[in-house]
Design a protein. Structure first.
Length: 358
């Protein structure tokens, strides 16, 4: 065997080495391709994970913002309910005006909160639950609206049977608002949070009327008895005659006096009265009588004041009465009211005398 390699062998080895180099060169792009593809896939996966986390965070934020909105509406509403319970069960030194003012404020605030609930933006998956939250606030507004007239009417009547039923119904609506919230909104909203895998977001609780027995009819009658025993809350009706001016002479007339008045075909009487009660009075009669000593029947004219608020004054002109004969001492009687349920009437009228001259 020859000790050295022949030319053919060298040629074969050189060719093989050349083929190996070519294979290495051709494999480099493939490796680079797979590396690039792997990196791209990893980036896509990371992007998807990031997007999912971002979307989930946004979803969590929307639920959190919604529940914060719910809590912001419930907080003043629950505070109002607690105040109402205190007003009914322990009125203290509250006057009737205080009670009316607070009830008016409760009605106005409840309507506003119900409107806020209606306008609160809820996540799409929470829309069915949100309807129950709106219903909760609407029940509270309706209950407040029904309570005021029923309660104020009950304070004026002797028989509170019907009024107690009306008050009980209004309070029942207020209690049902808690049921609507807890049994329907709260359970449904909690289930939605669970299904959407939302953690760290809580559904706020509510307690509008702490005493669930408050709407019981027997309890309402006890409340009314307490309110009726309070002198500052009892309904007071009464008007008082404060001033009488004879026109066109502009003479102020007082009780028990005699006045000389120039006769005029423009004779009229300007009457001022005051509502000294704590209730709005309507259709208050104002009557003027003028009786000649030689006439069997007096001249009588009556006008009515449509309404007058508690503590306010009103003035009305009464015309249509003719002067009596010259030189006669005629009897003048001016009277206001009485209004329904008025107890003090001694300040409702005056009597005096007038003598008409040329």
């Amino acid at each position: 065997m020859s000790s050295h390699l022949d030319d053919d062998t060298f040629t074969e080895l050189a060719d093989e080495e050349r083929r190996r180099k070519e294979r290495r060169r051709s494999s480099v792009p493939v490796v680079r391709f797979f590396i690039a593809a792997g990196v791209a896939i990893a980036l896509v996966v990371l992007a998807i994970i990031f997007a999912q986390n971002w979307l989930h965070d946004r979803q969590v934020a929307s639920y959190e913002e919604y529940m914060q909105g719910v809590a912001a509406i419930l907080e003043p509403s629950d505070r109002m309910g607690t105040e109402l319970s205190g007003l009914l069960m322990q009125p203290g030194d509250s006057t009737r005006k205080d009670v009316q003012g607070k009830l008016d404020a409760y009605i106005s605030n409840s309507r506003e909160l119900a409107e806020q609930a209606k306008n609160l933006e809820a996540p799409d998956e929470m829309m069915d639950s949100h309807k129950w939250f709106v219903a909760t606030m609407q029940l509270r507004a309706r209950g407040m609206e029904d309570l005021k007239p029923a309660l104020l009417n009950a304070l004026e009547v002797e028989d509170v049977e019907v009024a107690s039923e009306q008050i009980s119904k209004a309070l029942q609506n207020l209690l049902l608002s808690d049921v609507a919230y807890e049994e329907f909104f709260m359970d449904s909203a909690s289930q939605t949070l669970k299904e959407q895998e939302i953690t760290g977001v809580n559904v706020p609780s509510t307690d509008f009327i702490p005493d669930s027995d408050l709407a019981a009819k027997s309890r309402v009658k006890t409340i009314l008895a307490t309110l009726k025993d309070s002198e500052s809350i009892q309904a007071v009706h009464g008007v008082a005659l404060t001033k009488v001016v004879v026109l066109p002479a502009e003479t102020t007339v007082e009780a028990g006096q005699t006045y000389n008045l120039q006769a005029s075909d423009q004779l009229s009487f300007q009457i001022t009265l005051e509502n000294q009660g704590n209730e709005l009075e309507k259709d208050v009669p104002v009557t003027v009588e003028l009786k000649s000593p030689v006439s069997p029947q007096p001249q009588i004219k009556t006008e009515k004041i449509a309404e007058i608020k508690a503590g306010a004054q009103a003035t009305i002109k009464v015309s249509g009465i003719n002067p009596t004969e010259y030189g006669e001492k005629a009897w003048l009687h001016v009277k206001v009211g009485p209004v329904p349920n008025e107890k003090l009437t001694s300040n409702n009228e005056i009597e005096s005398y007038v003598i008409f001259t040329l």
